[in-house]
Design a protein around this ligand. Structure first.
Ligand SMILES: Cc1ncc(COP(=O)(O)O)c(C=O)c1O
Length: 397
């Protein structure tokens, strides 16, 4: 792996303005909804377009002759980045494909239980419910505090919900609803003591937080590369610890590879190679910024607007107070105004784009997700808009 670049202060606006200049985004609105997928930085997008043009020129020669070697290089780079071996990784189309391979292929027996949380991702919960109905599994859901006191509190809540039939614990590393970060290593260590397998939904944490996937202590991890790594849409990753590959049955028909070969899980048919090849460029861009610098800047941006909004009468923050428990994603609500109305108002009046998210027992909230191309000026506009809306709501009440 390239050596990390020099540390950059998260509030060094001159430096971060130069990073911003490497993204070409719409000037028509302020995009604070970067939680769906990531804008590709310009060098990544240009590389992607070049690969697409090469593919179109060379057709099957590209895919049959040139692609395998280049794919092997992408796998090598991903292995370096994640700390896993290339034969423990498989490129998928997105996180949902990775988790479907895991959940549908896991050797559950009728009566087994799966432990999960209310704040996990809706489609992952749907997949578990579907498999639970087919295989007669019990799903046990815990509710976690929005502002936990400690990692131990979280680990305890999961541990208390374990039964003798619990086989798998599903944990979302970074919640897409409020941005809360789970202490995955500690949860995985606890689960291991009970002989329970851990599946991690790392959709939002990967290349957002500075960590290495193989260090999470989980045998099964799903990732998408089109969120925070900034690869083109349509690339995800699956990690399975080598010794456990044999335990997962293929979701897509393939009887040729051995049971211990991760490629047995990947027979989805013809896939577009350009997004996969652009992973190399996305990794290079990520390394040039520096994983630690990126995480610190994203956290700084979130804390910047939260600090200015927290304490405004009628405004509730649903993201943990301790800054290390979140990063780029945070959520707020204004008492008495439905979140959808806040989102509509922000866009119509201020050209600020956000999104509504359900927060289990706390109703709905407005999720705000800046990216590296967002600066403090845009966050000042958000803060002013929230303050004005909360104040006019109080006056009307
Ligand atoms: C926590 C979480 N899990 C899973 C997903 C699904 O990711 P994908 O659409 O790439 O499969 C998302 C997407 O927003 C997410 O936020």
């Amino acid at each position: 792996m390239p050596l990390p670049p020099a540390p950059i202060a998260p509030d060094d606006e001159t430096h971060w303005a130069a990073v911003r200049a490497r993204y070409a985004v719409s000037p028509d609105f302020i995009n604070l909804e970067n939680g769906f997928f990531g804008v590709q930085a310009t060098p990544v997008h240009e590389a992607f377009q070049r690969y697409q043009a090469e593919l179109n020129r060379e057709n099957s020669y590209f895919l049959r002759v040139r692609f395998p070697e280049r794919l092997a290089n992408v796998m090598r780079l991903l292995a370096e980045f994640t700390g896993a071996a290339p034969d423990e990784l498989h490129i998928t189309r997105n996180l949902m494909e990775s988790l479907n391979i895991l959940i549908q292929g896991y050797p559950f027996a009728a009566g087994d239980a799966v432990l999960m949380a209310d704040h996990d991702y809706d489609s992952v919960i749907d997949t578990l419910e579907m498999v639970a109905a087919r295989k007669q599994l019990e799903l046990i859901r815990v509710r976690l505090p929005l502002d936990p006191d400690s990692d131990e509190q979280i680990v305890d809540i999961y541990e208390q919900a374990i039964t003798p039939r619990t086989q798998v614990l599903l944990v979302t590393h970074l919640w897409h609803r409020t941005g809360q970060i789970m202490p995955v290593q500690k949860i995985a260590a606890m689960a291991r003591r009970h002989g329970i397998d851990v599946m991690v939904d790392a959709a939002h944490s990967f290349a957002h937080l500075d960590y290495r996937l193989a260090e999470l202590g989980a045998d099964f991890v799903g990732v998408n590369l089109h969120k925070w790594l900034g690869a083109p849409l349509g690339v995800g990753l699956l990690y399975i610890r080598r010794e456990r590959i044999v335990d997962i049955a293929p979701l897509f028909g393939d009887v040729r590879p051995d049971a211990g070969d991760i490629r047995k899980l990947g027979h989805v048919g013809t896939v577009p190679p350009a997004p996969i090849l652009a992973v190399e460029d996305a990794l290079a861009f990520h390394h040039a910024i520096g994983a630690r610098n990126k995480e610190a800047r994203l956290r700084y941006l979130t804390q910047y607007w939260l600090d200015r909004v927290r304490g405004l009468p009628g405004v509730r923050i649903l993201t943990p107070r301790a800054s290390e428990r979140s990063c780029a994603i945070a959520a707020f609500a204004i008492d008495g105004i439905p979140a959808a109305q806040v989102v509509a108002h922000l866009m119509a009046r201020h050209r600020i784009f956000t999104v509504v998210r359900d927060i289990a027992d706390s109703g709905q909230a407005v999720r705000v997700t800046p990216h590296l191309y967002i600066g403090t000026g845009e966050l000042d506009a958000l803060v002013a808009a929230i303050a004005e809306l909360a104040a006019s709501n109080r006056r009307a009440a």
